[in-house]
Design a protein around this ligand. Structure first.
Ligand SMILES: Nc1ncnc2c1ncn2[C@@H]1O[C@H](COP(=O)(O)OP(=O)(O)OP(=O)(O)O)[C@@H](O)[C@H]1O
Length: 367
């Protein structure tokens, strides 16, 4: 799987730029704030309709523009595809694959998969649960179109329920609609839990191996999916999970009314990460955190490879400079085989490490 050509018009700081890429390694370098990350962001966006940096599509449109256009020529499953996205201020975006309308990001992911790794991901281990949920969601939305649909529906239901709880003092009749919302949240929430549990099960195996190798066979990384307490078996039948969610919700009904917050549901899920039995978030050194974050990303790449039979496009945003030479070498050896994009501020060291095409970016243009 690879992206051969990319056209950006009015996307972030790219006015109008056409790029042709190498099938193996592409090194993108330039000074700070020139558009290196924007370029990788565009490729991720073409793969799933979601930016790794923002939920707000309007932020992707150039400051002085009303619309942005992204076109990617992609090779996958021995076929060629053209994915196009049009973003308009104040209007719904339009997405097509080979001229056929794509209704959501899941349709784009039928064509292109990406794994994006940036310095912020080094905090995947240290930060709160939201970072790890976002990681699962980004990956699962690409892997499973049904997950993307369920996640979007869950988000809409969650917002409605939040508004009902918030406004119920002023309009008590709103509470009459709450049982319906709660029921649907449990049904859709159960689908999310079922997918997440399987994903983390696979992730744990690959990440454990990557961390073990990268740490010189000294450290054991373990991942455990954590969800709503009443769900005893997240790998069990979806209807059983939904039942367990209803039970948890009923127990928290009064507390939700009192706090006016959605307290029950998989929107609070997490992945517990331990290294040699110790909670990584609190007890890991900087180096261990880096190795663990890296292992999660490499594991994610393996899961995509197993699911689609081809390596996803790997995008490494400024991360090599954050890693010591041993880890750098480990990453570069492990990612050989698929198409890779690497951004960096200076190209000298990377030139020595990699063979591939080099792009110098300045002010949203390739020099
Ligand atoms: N919607 C937008 N329209 C125009 N320019 C934008 C928009 N969003 C961001 N920018 C500009 O893009 C630039 C940042 O680009 P990017 O994040 O790709 O930098 P970078 O080259 O990766 O830098 P660094 O090496 O510091 O990470 C900034 O100058 C920012 O002002």
């Amino acid at each position: 799987m690879q992206i051969d050509r990319l056209l950006l018009e009015g996307f972030r700081n790219y006015d109008s730029q056409q790029l042709t890429f190498d099938g193996s390694c592409n090194v993108i370098y330039g000074e700070n704030a020139q558009g290196k990350t924007n370029l990788l962001e565009a490729i991720v966006y073409l793969s799933c309709g979601r930016s790794p940096r923002t939920h707000a599509d309007r932020e992707l449109i150039g400051f002085d523009r009303d619309r942005a256009r992204l076109v990617g020529h992609i090779q996958a499953r021995e076929r060629e595809f053209e994915t196009e996205i049009l973003l308009n201020r104040g209007r719904r975006r339009k997405m097509t694959v080979n001229g056929v309308a794509a209704k959501n990001g899941g349709d784009l992911s039928q064509v292109l998969h990406t794994v994006f790794f940036s310095p912020e991901d080094l905090f995947l281990i240290r930060e709160g649960a939201a970072a790890r949920r976002r990681f699962m969601d980004m990956s699962l939305c690409q892997l499973r179109p049904r997950y993307a649909e369920a996640l979007a529906e869950y988000g809409r239901l969650y917002e409605h329920k939040t508004r009902i709880l918030r406004d119920s003092d002023e309009y008590p009749q709103l509470l009459d609609t709450l049982p319906d919302f709660n029921h649907r949240l449990c049904q859709v929430g159960a689908v999310l839990i079922s997918y997440r549990a399987r994903y983390v099960q696979a992730l744990a195996v690959h990440a454990q191996r990557a961390h073990w190798e990268c740490s010189g066979e000294r450290e054991e990384l373990a991942l455990t999916y954590q969800t709503v307490k009443t769900v005893e078996d997240p790998l069990g039948p979806v209807q059983d999970i939904a039942g367990a969610l209803e039970e948890h919700q009923a127990r928290h009904y009064q507390a939700e009314l009192a706090s006016r917050l959605c307290l029950s549901g998989p929107h609070k899920d997490d992945i517990a990460v331990t290294v040699n039995g110790l909670e990584a978030r609190h007890f890991c050194s900087q180096g261990q955190v880096r190795t663990a974050a890296l292992s999660l990303k490499l594991a994610d790449r393996e899961i995509h490879k197993n699911a689609i039979g081809e390596y996803p496009v790997m995008l490494l945003d400024d991360v090599l400079s954050e890693l010591d030479p041993r880890r750098q070498e480990y990453v570069l050896n492990r990612i050989a085989g698929g198409q890779v994009f690497i951004t960096c501020c200076e190209n000298d060291r990377l030139d020595a490490l990699l063979s591939g095409r080099v792009y110098h970016i300045r002010e949203g243009r390739v020099l």
